[in-house]
Design a protein around this ligand. Structure first.
Ligand code: FES
Length: 83
C-alpha cells in the first residue's frame, strides 16, 4: 500500500501496487460497476490479480466502500419514501 499525501492529508491510497489500483478506483467500481464481491473486484479493477499481497487490504477497502455505498443508498431511499 502506498499513500500519496499533500500537507499530511491522504489524497489517494494505492491499494494494489502491481496493477496501480487505488482506493478511489475500488469505490468507483462499487458505485459505477456494481461490484460487491472480491471476485468481481478482481475482474473489474484487476486488483490482487498478480502477487496477491494486497488481497487483505483490497478486501477491507471493498468492504468499507460497499458499506458506505449501501448506507448512502438507504439514506436516499428513506428521503424519497418520506418526502
Ligand atoms: S500488490 Fe496487488 S497483486 Fe501485487
Amino acid at each position: 500500500m502506498i499513500m500519496r499525501t499533500v500537507a499530511n492529508k491522504v489524497l489517494i491510497m494505492i491499494v494494489c501496487v502491481c496493477n496501480n489500483v487505488s482506493d478511489k478506483a475500488i469505490c468507483q467500481a462499487v458505485e459505477q460497476s456494481g461490484v460487491r464481491t472480491f471476485i468481481q473486484l478482481q475482474r473489474v479493477t484487476t486488483a490482487a490479480t498478480c502477487c496477491g499481497k494486497c488481497s487483505s487490504c483490497a478486501k477491507q477497502v471493498l468492504h468499507t466502500a460497499v458499506e458506505r455505498y449501501e448506507e448512502q443508498m438507504m439514506a436516499e431511499l428513506e428521503g424519497v419514501a418520506f418526502a
